[in-house]
Design a protein around this ligand. Structure first.
Ligand SMILES: NC(=O)c1ccc[n+]([C@@H]2O[C@H](COP(=O)([O-])OP(=O)(O)OC[C@H]3O[C@@H](n4cnc5c(N)ncnc54)[C@H](OP(=O)(O)O)[C@@H]3O)[C@@H](O)[C@H]2O)c1
Length: 265
């Protein structure tokens, strides 16, 4: 169903975005790959090209989602690539590893610039294109952290909760115009997310923690996400650890969940 369709993925230089790029390449989609590091995007393009797509079917479009001027220019370039944008996957993101008491306001603002305002700004640029097409699929990689608050991630959880709210509200506005909206809620997935997470002073955490090290394989994760997208699911949970069960506990026994997360490291 994605053959010849144009799919724009942010955060495509690593982790979940990279794995999704390969899944779409296998299905014959035309790809727009964005993130800040052009060399890593070229590496992903080269690998995606081995799945059947020619070099002309993949556009490397470096983009820092916190730069609004760049977002406008990049969107024009993305639209010019094939003339349409069939899916935007707002997947770029950074996490946090610091207690609230140790976290600078500047660090909270940085988390929100990338994880919230970057996604909103890009979505707002692409939305009129999809509305004019009368079709399109808006996707965001939110998180289980968008449903549950856990220690050392006050800013990240707040940002991901914001994204769940934003895209649920957007869905209500645009679904009748032929535009689908899907929120992906991954649990722990083995990627570089912890390594690049921000400490309280805004510096990088710089290592993998045990939750992420024991998380779901990223290729498997991408396959689950693809199945959800192909079925047009509005919400796509993905993960294989106890954090996925926590979603149900939160829904039906919130106090039990609050006690559980208090005990977590
Ligand atoms: N791994 C997990 O356990 C997990 C769980 C729930 C949700 N998520 C979410 O999944 C998404 C992907 O993360 P991941 O796990 O795949 O981690 P990752 O491997 O660290 O990938 C993060 C991606 O975001 C890009 N990025 C970061 N800041 C950016 C910016 N300012 N502008 C543009 N791109 C930026 C990075 O590329 P550059 O450095 O090249 O810019 C990279 O491609 C994130 O939104 C994350 O919050 C992950």
């Amino acid at each position: 169903m994605y053959k010849g369709k144009t799919i724009w993925i942010t955060g495509a230089s690593s982790g979940i975005g990279e794995a999704l790029a390969y899944e779409f390449a296998r299905r014959g989609a035309k790809l727009i790959l964005s993130a800040r590091r052009p060399d890593e995007l070229e590496r992903v393009k080269a690998t995606a090209g081995t799945y059947g797509n020619g070099p002309d079917d993949i556009l490397v479009l470096p983009l820092d989602v916190t730069d609004e001027a760049q977002i406008a220019t990049a969107t024009a370039q993305a639209k010019a690539f094939t003339g349409s944008i069939d899916m935007l996957i707002n997947n770029a993101g950074i996490s946090q590893r610091s207690l609230c008491v140790d976290t600078d306001m500047a660090t909270y603002r940085k988390l929100f610039e990338v994880d919230v305002f970057g996604q909103i700004a890009l979505t707002k640029e692409v939305l009129p294109i999809m509305l004019a097409q009368g079709s399109g699929h808006m996707v965001v990689t939110a998180s289980v952290a968008g449903k549950i608050g856990v220690k050392q991630r006050t800013g990240y959880c707040a940002a991901k909760h914001a994204m769940m709210g934003f895209f649920d509200a957007l869905r209500a506005e645009v679904e009748d115009s032929g535009i689908q909206v899907s929120t992906i809620t991954p649990g722990f997935i083995r990627t570089n997310i912890a390594t690049h997470a921000l400490k309280g002073d805004g510096s990088e955490f710089g290592k993998v923690d045990k939750n992420i090290a024991g998380g779901m394989d990223v290729v498997e994760c991408a396959k689950v996400i693809m199945k959800g997208l192909e079925r047009g699911k509005r919400e796509i949970p993905v993960g294989d650890g106890p954090e996925m069960k926590a979603l149900l506990v939160k829904r039906f026994f919130p106090n039990t969940l609050f006690k559980m997360v208090r005990k977590m490291g």
